[in-house]
Design a protein around this ligand. Structure first.
Ligand SMILES: NC(=O)c1ccc[n+]([C@@H]2O[C@H](COP(=O)([O-])OP(=O)(O)OC[C@H]3O[C@@H](n4cnc5c(N)ncnc54)[C@H](OP(=O)(O)O)[C@@H]3O)[C@@H](O)[C@H]2O)c1
Length: 427
């Protein structure tokens, strides 16, 4: 029997308890031994839980679970990179208890140190649920593609952002209205900044980058930009250009290192990523031999995420042991940030409608060796500003940044330009 303790009985923790109970027979059949819950812990013993805890011992202090002789695996479903979650991980792994978590912040920040502890004590550390909820992308990278060489990882990794962008387009609503409604309906947190400013995606991308390229996760090397400044106008112009705007996490091999970025991005409507709507997530993996693999599904929610936790427990029950990041912790390389490759851009300007503005913009672009691919101008107004949308041919990212700085200083340009990369070869 594999004896499991769970710390954290919220959305994901309760789902894991339900699944372990409901599927106990088939789990035992498939792993060759029962997987039994022996103890649980959370903050408030008296809170009513969305699961049956009868016959399972309650423990007030989650870290005490690591001391118990009747526990083989600790499942951490509390959250946070520090505090109880980290203490529990360290206590469990140093005592040789296997450790399963859904905590992307913990793994992105302390993953290699925890993996080293696991290796020293002979324990397994697994975190399938930490990235893209119900989508088995960790296993795909760590095991399925282990023999290939991965060049690129693209992902829509945050359901809240994808939900907001989808509704803005479908219902022609501004960002603030959709965000407020998403908060009311439970699709966005009361403090939505980790989601909409891209940090949640950055944590997940740093973990995928580690698995794909054999380097330690490094959140500081991820260039992060969220979706706060995306307007309905951008979404509609993107539509006109045959594209959708998605918050993408992209990690790819560059000539000089690994490029990692989280940014709103225009993807062609023909790309599988464009068709991923609402709260769904999608990850595209490109291996040199296998080509492109697309994984799509529910990236959050109790049951999908709980299923990923249960799958990790079943691997441990079977006796499967893997290095947490696919290679020994001591052999994880240091990530060398690569320069972004030349790429096409979408730039929206809000300008005074007077002759010569586009020529001034064109002059700045020419001086930076950048060129227009298309230009859209809507409306005509002597009094107000009008939007002008420019798409560029492939250009150097640094040159584009300098051009935007100069364009923003033109007297006829009324707002800081909105610049969005176009992944026009998104698979
Ligand atoms: N929700 C999702 O869809 C999802 C998807 C992927 C990954 N995750 C990850 O899964 C983890 C859990 O998320 P969740 O959504 O299930 O969170 P949640 O619903 O907020 O549940 C958190 C649980 O942790 C307990 N807890 C909080 N602080 C504690 C402390 N100091 N000591 C002991 N217990 C404490 C809470 O206890 P009380 O109930 O007594 O307050 C609660 O049971 C996080 O790392 C999250 O990033 C979640």
């Amino acid at each position: 029997m594999l004896r499991v303790a769970i710390a954290g009985l919220g959305t994901v923790g309760a789902a894991v308890v339900r699944q372990l109970r409901a599927n106990a027979d088939s789990i035992a059949l498939r792993t060759g031994r029962p997987v039994a819950l022996t103890a649980v812990s959370a903050r408030n013993k008296n809170r009513s839980r969305d699961c049956d805890l009868s016959g399972i011992e309650w423990v007030d202090d989650p870290c005490a679970l690591a001391e118990r002789a009747d526990v083989d695996v600790i499942v951490e479903l509390i959250g946070g990179a520090e505090g109880v979650a980290r203490q529990l991980a360290e206590a469990a792994l140093s005592k040789g208890k296997h450790f399963v978590t859904a905590n992307k912040a913990l793994i992105a920040k302390h993953g290699p140190a925890l993996a080293a502890l696991a290796e020293q004590s002979g324990a397994q550390m697994s975190f399938e649920a930490a990235v893209a909820g119900g989508i088995p992308v960790i296993k795909a990278l760590r095991e399925g593609l282990a023999g290939d060489t991965v060049d690129t990882v693209y992902g829509i990794l945050n359901g809240t952002c994808n939900y907001i962008l989808t509704r803005m387009r479908a219902e022609k609503l501004p960002f603030s209205v959709v965000l407020a409604d998403a908060q009311k309906n439970g699709y966005a947190e009361a403090d939505p900044s980790s989601d909409i400013d891209g940090h949640d995606t950055a944590n997940k991308l740093a973990i995928l980058t580690s698995l794909a390229f054999g380097v330690a996760p490094d959140i500081s090397a991820v260039r992060v930009e969220g979706i706060r400044n995306i307007t309905l106008a951008d979404i509609q112009f993107a539509d006109e250009l045959g594209c959708r705007i998605k918050l993408l996490g992209v990690a790819r091999k560059a000539s000089d290192g690994i490029e990692q970025g989280v940014r709103p991005t225009l993807v062609p409507q023909s790309s599988p990523l464009a068709a991923v709507e609402g709260t769904f997530n999608s990850v595209l993996l490109q291996g040199q031999r296998v080509g492109t693999i697309t994984l799509e599904g529910r990236g959050a929610g109790g049951d999908p995420t709980g299923n990923a936790v249960v799958a990790d427990l079943m691997d441990i029950a079977r006796g499967t042991r893997t290095f947490a990041f696919g290679v020994p912790a001591g052999r994880l390389g240091l990530l060398k940030p690569g320069n972004p490759r030349p790429i096409c851009y979408y730039m929206r300007l809000q300008v005074q409608d007077r002759p010569g503005v586009v020529a001034d913009v064109g002059g700045i672009m020419r001086d930076e060796n950048l060129s227009f691919a298309s230009l859209i101008q809507r409306g005509h107004s002597k009094m107000d500003s009008v939007p002008v949308v420019i798409t560029t041919h492939e250009g150097d990212a640094e040159a584009m940044r300098r051009a935007v700085e100069k364009i923003a200083r033109l007297p006829a340009v009324m707002e800081y330009p909105c610049l969005i990369p176009i992944e026009d070869d998104a698979p």
